[in-house]
Write a protein that binds this ligand. Structure first.
Ligand code: ADP
Ligand code: MG
Length: 461
C-alpha cells in the first residue's frame, strides 16, 4: 500500500524534475510509514535528507495532496540498510584497482555533452539557462540564500528588496541570482529581467560619458528585475555609484526587484558611498558560505549524475575531503577526473582521483590540522589556546570552544571522542552537544555565522 502510493508520487515527480535530479535524489527513496501524525520517507543519506527537507518538501506535499493525502508532517529518515562507507583511503585504493563496468559512463555521447561544455549560451537579458534552482544543491552553507532567492523568484519586488547576497568566489552567488532570473521568466513570461555584472555597468556608463551620449539614466529603468553581479567593482567609482543610486531608487520606488551580489557585506565595503550602503541594507542581506562536507558530497554526486556517471561513495568522499575551497574548484576536479577516466577508459574511482589530485594538491595550501583550527579560533577571540582547551565555563570561552569543536568536525571530520580529546575533554558527549549547538546557532545567529565563516576563511587563506 505504501509502496503503490509512493510509486505514483515518484512517477509524478519524475515528470517535473530533471533526469539527473530524479536519479540523484528520488530514486532510492521509500515511504516507510504513514500514520495519524504524518508520513515517514526513507532517504539514502544525510545529504539527501537535507535536500528533501529544504528543497523538495513542498513539491512532495503538493503531489501527495493531489493523491488525496495531506499529512501533518513529513519526516525524512536515513535508511539503515546499505551502510555508508567511511573514508578509508588505505584500504580503498587496493580494493578499487579493478574497473567495475557499473562505474563507467553509461553512454559516452551523453557524458561528453555535459562536462566538456564550459561556455554555455547566454540568452536575452544576460540570463544563462544552465543556472537553475533545480540543479542548485542546498546545504547549511547556502540554505538561507537559497530560501530567500526562491521567495524572491515567487514574488519579485515584494518581500526581500533588494536581495543582497555576499560571499567568497565560487560559492554559488551567480548561480543563485541567475536561477532567480530564469525562474521569474519561466513563471511570468514577458517579465523584463536584466542580469549584468557591475563591471558591465561601469563600462557602459563610461562609454556614455566618453561619447557624451545621453540617456544613460533611462537605460535600466524600463525593466522589472535588475540583477547586478559582483557589486564590489562599482565601489570606489563615485560617478558610477551616483548613477547606480538613481537607477536603484527609481526601480525600488516602483517596486521592481533588485538583486545584488558582492564579495562582502555592504558595511565592509569601505568605498561604497553611504547612500548606497543604506539602500542595500534596506532589504535582505545574506551570506553564502563555504560548503561543508555533506554539501560538497551532495554537489559531487549530483554533478556526476548530470554527466551520466554514478560515482562511488568513496570517490565522492575522497574528493570532498580534499577539496574544501569552493564549489568551482570542486566542479573542476570532478570534470578533470571524469575526462581523464573517459580518455583512458578507466573507472573514475578513488585511485584515479588520487593520482590526479596528487598534482592538484601540491599547489594548494597544506592540509589544515587540529592545532591550526584551535589556534585560529583562539586568536579570533583573542584568547589563549590554553584557555580554549581549559575546563573554564566562562561564556566568552565556552562559545569559542564550541566553535573550535564545530570546525574540527566540519573541516577535519574528526570523531566526537577525538574532538573532545583535542580540547582536553574526557567526555565526548560535550563535543556532540557543542557541534549541534553551533550547527543550530549558525542558522539563527548572524554573529556566529560570520565568526565561523571568518575563521574558516583565514584557515584556508
Ligand atoms: P560565485 O558567483 O559565488 O563566484 P558561481 O555561482 O559562479 O560562484 O559558482 C561556481 C560554480 O559552482 C558554478 O558552476 C555553479 O554552477 C557551481 N555551484 C555553486 N554552488 C552550487 C550549488 N549549491 N549546487 C550546484 N552547483 C553549484
Ligand atoms: Mg559570480
Amino acid at each position: 500500500m505504501h509502496h503503490a502510493l509512493w510509486q505514483s508520487v515518484l512517477g509524478e515527480i519524475e515528470l517535473s524534475v530533471s533526469h539527473a535530479t530524479f536519479t540523484t535524489w528520488f530514486k532510492n527513496t521509500e515511504l516507510v510509514d504513514q500514520n495519524e501524525s504524518g508520513i515517514v520517507i526513507a532517504v539514502p543519506n544525510i545529504f539527501a535528507k537535507k535536500q528533501f527537507e529544504v528543497k523538495f518538501n513542498d513539491q512532495i506535499k503538493g503531489v501527495l495532496a493531489k493523491n488525496g493525502i495531506t499529512p501533518k508532517h513529513i519526516t525524512y529518515t536515513i535508511t539503515t540498510t546499505g551502510k555508508k562507507t567511511r573514508i578509508n583511503r588505505e584500504t580503498t585504493i587496493s580494493q578499487e584497482s579493478q574497473t567495475p563496468e557499473s562505474l563507467l559512463p553509461s553512454s559516452n555521447q551523453n557524458v561528453q555533452s555535459t562536462y566538456t561544455q564550459n561556455a554555455p549560451l547566454v540568452g536575452a537579458g544576460g540570463l544563462n539557462p544552465r543556472y537553475t534552482f533545480d540543479n542548485f544543491i542546498v546545504g547549511s552553507s547556502n540554505d538561507l540564500a537559497y530560501t530567500a532567492s526562491q521567495a524572491v523568484a515567487a514574488n519579485p519586488g515584494v518581500k526581500y528588496n533588494p536581495l543582497y547576497l555576499y560571499g567568497g568566489v565560487g560559492l554559488g552567488k551567480t548561480h543563485l541570482m541567475q536561477a532567480v532570473g530564469n525562474e521569474i521568466v519561466k513563471l511570468q513570461p514577458g517579465t523584463r529581467v536584466v542580469y549584468i555584472s557591475s563591471e558591465t555597468f561601469v563600462n557602459e556608463f563610461l562609454d556614455y560619458v566618453r561619447f557624451k551620449k545621453k540617456g544613460f539614466s533611462d537605460k535600466y529603468r524600463n525593466i522589472d528585475v535588475l540583477i547586478v553581479d559582483d557589486m564590489q567593482f562599482i565601489a570606489g567609482k563615485e560617478q558610477t555609484q551616483e548613477q547606480f543610486f538613481h537607477t536603484f531608487n527609481f526601480l525600488h520606488q516602483n517596486n521592481k526587484q533588485i538583486i545584488i551580489s558582492s564579495d562582502k557585506p555592504p558595511k565592509s565595503i569601505p568605498t561604497l558611498t553611504e547612500r548606497l550602503r543604506s539602500r542595500f541594507e534596506m532589504g535582505m542581506t545574506i551570506d553564502v558560505q563555504m560548503p561543508d562536507f555533506e554539501t560538497r558530497c551532495a554537489i559531487l554526486s549530483a554533478k556526476a549524475a548530470l554527466s551520466g556517471v554514478e560515482l562511488g561513495q568513496d570517490t565522492v568522499e575522497y574528493l570532498a575531503t580534499n577539496i574544501k575551497t569552493n564549489i568551482r574548484e570542486l566542479e573542476g576536479a570532478l570534470n578533470q577526473l571524469l575526462a581523464y577516466a573517459e580518455m583512458r577508459g578507466i573507472a573514475p574511482d578513488v585511485s584515479t582521483a588520487e593520482g590526479l589530485l596528487g598534482n592538484i594538491r601540491h599547489s594548494r595550501p597544506q592540509h589544515i590540522t587540529s592545532k591550526q583550527i584551535i589556534e585560529r579560533t583562539a586568536k579570533h577571540f583573542q584568547l589563549k589556546v590554553e584557555e580554549v582547551c581549559s575546563a573554564k565555563r566562562d561564556k566568552h570561552i565556552v562559545v569559542p570552544r564550541q566553535i573550535a569543536m564545530y570546525l574540527l568536525r566540519s573541516e577535519l571530520h574528526l570523531s566526537f571522542p577525538k574532538i573532545a580529546g583535542e580540547l582536553g575533554r574526557k567526555d565526548h558527549t560535550t563535543a556532540i552537544h557543542s557541534v549541534e549547538k553551533i550547527e543550530k546557532a549558525i542558522k539563527l545567529d548572524f554573529l556566529i555565522r560570520e565568526q565561523v565563516a571568518s575563521i574558516r576563511e583565514k584557515l584556508y587563506a
